[in-house]
Write a protein that binds this ligand. Structure first.
Ligand code: 13P
Length: 252
């Protein structure tokens, strides 16, 4: 089963308007269009500016979060229809920073994932264990719970079209990357869970990205693993040179 590699940059709460535009321009100019999908996730307030640069290019963009309701009295929130209105294709949901800093439960994330599909967005569902959970041998249990709740309201056809990002919390922003073997093991576990729950065809179509200190120096060996179908890059996506190098590794 061949899955198209997806290299995505999660800009988190970084950059300013001019640097976001400059970064989007450099990616649009230099990223190869064939063989690899590329997406960026700017802060909401810069999405309009990024849209101006990427609109007629093969580079996709999306939101770093959204609320499940379509509209209403939800001060500070952004809805799926708003992201669609801005030309977004993807939305990151259940990022560990949302779960751990902002207290999002797996059930809330599941409602958001279902709402994303309802509005025509492709959700990137993030799962991952903390270092304590890994030391306790609870990695599988944690990621299966997050995945199970994340897909609870989806049809099998939607599951096949979603993106999962395995992001071990201990590897995010720490410079400490999971080894290719550690990452592959969890990716294979997630795919086995999907096979058992749905079937091998659906499990084989789901793209599972790895995230957590992905850099030009480690991208190629991570992406060479059979069940790693892309990267969700934080820090190294904030500079064109390093992000483009990771895209090049994804193309290889
Ligand atoms: P870093 O690449 O900075 O570790 O961040 C990973 C991440 O959280 C992407 O969503």
């Amino acid at each position: 089963m061949s899955r198209r590699t997806l290299i995505a940059g999660n800009w988190k709460m970084n950059l300013d308007r001019m640097s976001a535009i400059a970064l989007a321009e450099a990616i649009a100019r230099e990223a190869p269009a064939e063989d690899v999908d590329v997406a960026v996730f700017p802060p909401f307030v810069y999405m309009e500016a990024v849209r101006g640069v990427l609109e007629r290019t093969p580079i996709a963009y999306g939101g770093q979060n959204m609320y499940f309701a379509s509209s209403g009295a939800y001060t500070g929130e952004i809805s799926g229809p708003m992201l669609i209105d801005m030309g977004a294709r993807y939305v990151i949901l259940g990022h560990s920073e949302r779960r751990h800093i902002f207290g999002e439960s797996s059930q809330l994330v599941g409602k958001k994932v279902a709402a994303a599909f309802e509005h025509g967005l492709v959700p990137v569902l993030c799962v991952g264990e903390t270092i304590e959970q890994r030391r306790d041998g609870a990695t599988q249990q944690v990621v299966f719970e997050q995945l199970g709740a994340g897909v609870a309201e989806l049809s099998s056809d939607q599951v096949a079209r979603m993106v999962i990002a395995y992001e071990p919390v201990w590897a995010i922003g720490t410079g400490e990357t999971a080894t290719p073997e550690q990452a592959q093991e969890v990716h294979a576990d997630l795919r086995t869970w999907l096979t058992d729950r749905y079937n091998a065809d659906i499990a084989g179509r789901v793209r599972i990205q790895y995230g957590g200190s992905v850099k030009p120096s480690n991208a190629a060996e991570l992406l060479a693993q059979p069940d790693i179908d892309g990267a969700l890059v934080g820090g190294a996506s904030l500079e064109a040179e390093s992000f483009l190098a990771i895209i090049a590794a994804g193309k290889a």
